[in-house]
Design a protein around this ligand. Structure first.
Ligand code: ATP
Ligand code: MG
Length: 305
């Protein structure tokens, strides 16, 4: 078995004169949670649809779970939560999942238990007998997520899974993604909510005009780190003395920031501050935010509609 869940080379999609995806070249490992980030219209949904075989590619190559794009046997091992979905809204939540489980060919004995487990997982047990047409947007998104997991997939595509969700619903999605990772399921996540991508993804790709322009691991341990601390009444002397631990000591946004060559300086600085009689409210590593990086990488395009 190949170790990659997805491999593409120069995948391209044109809709008439419109180039939706120019050159998609990427690899997603099995078991990896991969974030696919880019501004509106960057080609994220079109890319996902090509990988699923729902949209025919114009050119280029791709393999998903060791099979050519659109392969039916591979598709049975893939889960998909679409960005915009049309559900059979005359069915109840439970009937809807049952229909999809039957479409997957899941045997009767397993079907019921799996459906009840998923209904609980997405917190829709109480609404399971209500018709989907009575569901709110967030409830529909959660039932869609449950449907995407029915076949116990090896790879799950989630296209903006949290766009309609309240904070509790987002937490469910986050937990589901962590559970998928723990089971070794690969997740391909399209999302604009960068704070969530930051906590859930192992790696991200920034896509712009249908082209991956930067890929980045989020779990890599970097040597150079920025430390952020909050103390009671920081004095100029304190700021000066902190320079013994690192460089570029500055006050910003109510915190003191400095750059050091490793996390080992955190307890060291903490001990030193306490010895100086300084009250420490907070100390830790400050990560560069994904949002800041997104805006840098995308430049002006980040604002384009
Ligand atoms: N069926 C289609 N016919 C013509 N153009 C299309 C079609 N589907 C998508 N496009 C165009 O392709 C480009 C990429 O669209 P896509 O939906 O893939 O972007 P996206 O990155 O998912 O955006 P969003 O963040 O808004 O969901 C857009 O310019 C869009 O208008
Ligand atoms: Mg989209």
């Amino acid at each position: 078995m190949n170790h990659s869940a997805i491999e593409t080379n120069a995948l391209r999609k044109e809709f008439g004169a419109k180039v939706a995806v120019a050159d998609l070249t990427l690899t997603v490992q099995r078991g990896e949670v991969f974030g696919f980030l880019g501004p509106n219209g960057a080609g994220k949904t079109t890319s996902v649809k090509m990988l699923l075989g729902l949209v025919a590619r114009t050119s280029g190559e791709g393999r998903v779970l060791d099979a050519p794009l659109g392969n039916v046997a591979a598709r049975a091992k893939i889960g998909f939560l679409p960005e915009h979905f049309r559900f059979q809204d005359w069915l109840s939540g439970r009937e809807f999942l049952d229909l999809h489980a039957r479409l997957y060919g899941i045997e009767t004995e397993n079907r019921k238990a799996r459906i009840e487990k998923l209904l609980t997982r997405v917190d829709l047990q109480d609404a399971a007998n209500r018709k989907l047409k009575e569901y709110s947007k967030g409830m529909l998104q959660r039932i869609g997520l449950a449907a995407a997991l029915l076949n116990e997939p090896q790879l799950v595509f989630l296209d903006e899974p949290t766009s309609g969700l309240d904070p509790l619903g987002r937490l469910i999605v986050r937990d589901v993604i962590q559970e998928l990772r723990a089971q070794g399921t690969a997740v391909f996540l399209n999302s604009h909510l960068l704070s969530e991508v930051e906590v859930t993804c192992d790696r991200v790709a920034f896509v712009k005009n249908g082209r991956v322009i930067r890929e980045m691991g989020l779990r890599e341990t970097r040597n150079e780190i920025e430390i952020e601390l909050q103390v009671k009444n920081p004095t100029p002397n304190l700021l000066r003395d902190l320079a013994q631990f690192g460089k570029n000591v500055r006050q910003w946004n109510g915190s003191i920031h400095l750059e050091t060559d490793g996390e080992s300086h955190i307890p060291e600085i903490n001990r030193w501050l306490v010895a100086q009689g300084v009250d420490v409210y907070k100390i830790g590593a400050a990560k560069p935010s994904l949002e800041k990086m997104f805006l840098e990488v995308m430049g002006e395009d980040a604002r384009a509609g």
